[in-house]
Design a protein around this ligand. Structure first.
Ligand code: NFS
Length: 662
């Protein structure tokens, strides 16, 4: 196990794990101890693609029954995982598009276009006419155009043009510009069937093409439609960790990924009649909270608290305070159902795609969305009096979230000067050394949140601006790292920028599909000027310190294929093949400019990340990073001055001058 030897660094998780151990509840942590990972499968050396095997390519066995080499097997296993990850994001995006279409056609009355500006921007990119047209007509045509990109057979995805020109040329030259979202997933599944593509390098090119169909297709569409339907996020303050559960209120947790359902739950818990009904059952109110990425969606837009990331899902039930947990798709552990049975918790599946044996199934139907959400809230209220022992840990942190790329440009230049110019200038001057996306899951094979927390702290100390999504963002939120108070731990140059713009040093940019917001920021930085012409020129890195899902592999691959150096922690699914490691590292760096490496040690991840950032700075001809030059701007001193005033200290002209260092 990598990490600090503990199961979690989260004090709330530790408290619940103590209870689990003392009282004999099984969790993902205890199962991970019992089940040792198969070393052959873990390293990518087990081939299960036909029934002549499975072939375990270890020791003297260097070929499968069909003759497939270790390099082929390792590359094929990774490629299949990437196809599954891209399919998951793509299908999520498709559901969003179908709902936008239903809303536009009047078949989903509870959904409306909430962000007209975003709808018009998306219409413009997609070439959908929007002048003098009715909003619903535009929304319908946008939805239809997006749906057509899923089934498109030839040509290129339209969103590729959002990437810098240089990047588009690289994709075209290599033949990896994705044609249609579904086509690339099917193509990769076909290629990895027995007897097809058996050249590791070529297989991995196919994997990049499929991953790009996720990043610049399925996921990016999903982010855009979510903004259109529920509003583009802007900063707000809310709370994170199990302490957000309330002893005296009905607690409902939404868990999963598609905000279509969780947004309706937000409306339902605010229904005055239901609040009154909750009171009639002895509760003071209704408390909605989230887990995993659907939590990130409602947190960013509605300020709904998150009770935790991936590894906290069972721990929430152990509090005995969850009256109902409703799930949709992805990252939902089957173990939740037998665990819920040991408490009073009602566990409800809602997606037509996801049933879990033993769970209550209330199928979500977008034509009666709010009605179904209210039904579930009522079910939770009726269950409130059935609670047994309740043990809610006190730990909860505040978090400022909601940094869409639109808001970042606004923060940097206001409405009429919204741009990335100030950010680029800060990088050029060396106030910001570089930018890092720290994203991805938790994994019980490494201490929960240990690597996330360590890496983010080290990066901001070294003047690297950090942007986060997914369970990585929830990790930082739980430790109060997304607050202005963090400024004390920030390097001097980055601190000056944060203080001048009001941006925190660690930005919560949303759920995992919202990694596409990071692609957009990177593209805009690259085209703004002064930092080269392509994403690969930027002093930037992507890190998934505690990844576990196939979706994470798809994300890492589309970032690498977009020109970013990506580092994954925990362990390596390609360990068995040095050739595959070489292709994805030096090989990809030569062809696409980005690379994907698996590095277990968080310290080594930070070292490589900073080294890469400095290498890119040098290639751009920028001044060498020198933190000693910064930290003396008036902004910081002004803050101290204002704080002194706030604390009621008498500030005379003389003391103000001394505070300001004059
Ligand atoms: Ni991303 Fe979000 Fe979390 Fe990993 Fe799962 S919730 S989509 S896959 S575990 S970060």
């Amino acid at each position: 196990m990598s990490g600090n030897g503990y199961k979690s660094i989260d004090p709330a998780a530790q408290e619940m794990l103590r209870i689990a151990e003392e009282e004999g509840y099984e969790t993902v942590f205890s199962r991970a101890e019992e089940i040792k990972p198969c070393p052959i499968g873990r390293d990518g050396a087990c081939c299960k693609h036909c029934f002549m095997g499975p072939c375990r390519l270890v020791g003297k066995t260097t070929r499968g029954v069909c003759g497939a080499t270790l390099d082929t097997v390792v590359a094929r296993n990774l490629a299949r995982a990437i196809a599954a990850g891209a399919a998951s994001h793509g299908d999520h995006g498709r559901d969003m598009a179908l709902t936008l279409l239903a809303a536009a056609e009047g078949e989903a009355p509870d959904y409306q276009v909430k962000d007209l500006q975003k709808l018009l921007e998306v219409a413009d990119i997609l070439g959908v006419p929007y002048r003098d047209r009715d909003e619903k007509e535009i929304a319908r045509d946008v939805a239809l155009k997006i749906l057509a990109e899923f089934g498109q057979q030839k040509g290129e995805l339209t969103y590729l043009k959002r990437a810098p020109l240089r990047r588009q040329e690289i994709w075209r030259k290599l033949g990896i510009a994705p044609r249609g979202i579904d086509r690339e997933v099917v193509d990769l599944l076909h290629r990895t069937h027995i007897g097809n593509d058996q050249d590791a390098e070529h297989l991995l090119l196919g994997a990049m093409r499929c991953a790009l169909a996720d990043g610049w297709g399925g996921s990016m569409f999903s982010t855009d439609i979510t903004d259109i339907l529920f509003g583009s996020p802007a900063p707000l303050k809310t709370r994170a960790n199990l302490g957000a559960l309330k002893e005296d209120e009905v607690n409902i947790i939404v868990h999963g990924h598609e905000p279509l359902f969780s947004e309706m739950m937000v409306l339902a818990v605010n229904d005055p009649e239901l609040i009154e009904y909750a009171r009639s059952k002895g509760a003071k109110g209704i408390n909605l909270a989230g887990i995993c990425c659907t939590a990130n969606e409602t947190l960013m837009r509605q300020g709904i608290p998150t009770v935790g990331n991936f590894l906290s899902q069972e721990l929430a039930l152990l509090t005995g305070a969850v009256d109902l947990m409703a799930v949709d798709v992805q990252c939902i552990m089957q173990a939740l159902v037998p665990l819920a049975e040991q408490f009073h918790t009602k566990f409800v599946t809602t997606s037509p795609k996801v049933r879990i044996k033993g769970a209550i199934h209330v199928e979500f139907d977008e034509s009666r969305a709010l009605e179904i959400a209210k039904e579930l809230v009522k079910m939770a209220i009726d269950n409130f009096p059935n609670r047994g022992k309740v043990r809610i840990p006190k730990h909860v942190s505040e978090v400022v979230a909601g940094f869409s790329h639109e808001y970042i440009t606004y923060a940097l230049g206001g409405y009429y000067r919204a741009s990335f110019r100030p950010l680029n200038d800060a990088v050029i001057q060396g106030r910001i050394r570089g930018v890092a996306g720290v994203v991805g899951c938790n994994n019980p094979r490494s201490t929960q949140d240990y690597a996330h927390e360590y890496i983010v702290r080290e990066l901001i100390k070294n003047d690297v601006l950090v942007v986060q999504t997914g369970c990585g963002a929830i990790a930082s939120a739980k430790y109060g790292m997304m607050l202005p108070e963090m400024m004390e731990e920030v390097g001097p140059g980055l601190r000056e920028i944060c203080e001048a713009t009001g941006l925190p040093p660690v930005l919560h940019m949303g759920s995992c599909v919202d990694n596409t917001r990071i692609l957009t920021v990177a593209s805009q930085m690259a085209t703004e000027g002064g930092l080269g012409e392509d994403i690969a020129d930027l002093p930037a890195v992507g890190i998934a310190p505690e990844w576990m899902s196939e979706k994470a592999l798809a994300i890492g691959t589309y970032f690498a294929a977009s020109g970013v150096y990506v580092l994954f922690g925990v362990g390596s699914p390609i360990k068995a093949s040095e050739e595959v490691q070489r292709i994805m590292s030096e090989g990809w760096e030569r062809t696409v400019g980005g690379k994907l490496e698996f590095v277990e040690d968080p310290e080594e991840i930070v070292r490589r990340a900073l080294e890469h950032i400095d290498k890119k700075r040098a290639a751009l001809g920028l001044e060498e990073y020198n933190p000693a030059k910064f930290g003396k701007s008036g902004d910081r001193l002004m803050l101290q001055f204002l704080k002194a005033l706030e604390e009621g200290k008498e500030v005379s002209l003389y003391s103000a001058k001394s505070l300001l260092g004059a």
